[in-house]
Design a binder for this molecule. Structure first.
Ligand code: NAP
Length: 248
């Protein structure tokens, strides 16, 4: 069977590394992004020029209509979806809980939590053997923040990722008998643009000595774990987590 992946937030950082690695392993890849079409197109061009199959679809994962359009478009152009990577995630400027307003909380929970649920829903509707699908695999991209709490930085983001951990455990059990495996990765401090989004582009430099391995991670190191969890090599693993955090 052809392997077809949707990766949300696949245009930059961990998502882009995962898209490239997946394509090199034979997946046809749908690269979702929200606004930066040039970055998404660059990932697609890399994949296609290396002989792979890829397309880009814009859409905000926190918007139900966008998610439905993403899945319909990917399936129409690439075939039945066999893999979903719930990777799109945001954090906002570093701050303390006492400064967070309702709009910020809605954005952070909307993209990180609601977005992952909506994409998982569309995936299970297509993959479930109870609905005539052929099964599949899903990886949620959580964070070590779910364990560490991100105090004075973004406890809201950490709480959203805690929700993703609980979601992974429960959803995995719900669909385990329908040919779908659901797992998650918890990256630590990975070298991407996300730290600049929080207002501190140099965050890795500040924190690297607190990591037992004394360095930040690379997106490709996360991508390899995601691809393993999606692969048949992980055929008896569901509802489980891989921490990719240099021991943090
Ligand atoms: P990043 O470099 O900031 O890239 C974010 C990606 O998500 C971009 O492709 C962006 O597209 C897309 N995106 C943002 N909001 C979206 C939305 N509403 N709908 C669809 N796509 C959206 O992030 P990253 O560091 O690679 O993070 C990827 C995942 O890993 C996230 O879930 C993050 O929480 C998690 N993570 C990262 C780290 C780390 O240290 N980097 C650690 C732990 C966990 P546009 O460019 O078009 O906006």
């Amino acid at each position: 069977m052809n392997q077809v992946m949707i990766i949300t937030g696949g245009s930059r950082g961990i998502g882009a590394a995962t898209a490239r690695l997946a394509a090199s392993r034979g997946y046809a890849v749908c690269v979702n992004y929200r606004v930066h079409s040039r970055a998404a197109d660059a990932v697609v061009e890399d994949i296609v020029s290396a002989g792979g199959i890829a397309m880009a679809v814009a859409g905000d994962v926190s918007v139900e209509a966008d998610v439905m359009h993403l899945f319909d478009t990917a399936e129409r152009q690439l075939g039945p979806i066999t893999a979903l990577v719930n990777n799109a995630g945001i954090l906002e400027r570093q701050g303390r809980v006492e400064s967070f307003d309702a709009e910020r909380l809605a954005r952070v929970l909307g993209v990180n939590v609601t977005g992952s649920f909506l994409c998982a829903r569309e995936a299970v509707r297509r993959m479930s053997t109870q609905r005539g699908g052929a099964g599949g695999a899903i990886v949620n991209v959580s964070s070590m923040a779910a364990r560490l709490g991100a105090p004075n930085e973004y406890v809201d983001y950490a709480a959203a990722k805690g929700a993703i951990d609980a979601f992974t455990v429960g959803f995995a059990k719900e669909v385990a008998g329908e040919g779908i495996r659901v797992n998650a990765v918890r990256p630590g401090i990975i070298d991407t643009d996300i730290h600049a989004s929080g207002g501190e582009p140099g965050r890795i430099e500040r924190l690297k000595d607190s990591v037992p391995m004394k360095r930040g991670g690379q997106p490709e190191e996360v991508a390899k774990a995601i691809l393993w969890l999606l692969s048949d090599d992980a055929s008896y693993s569901t509802g489980t987590f891989i921490d990719i955090s240099g021991g943090r």
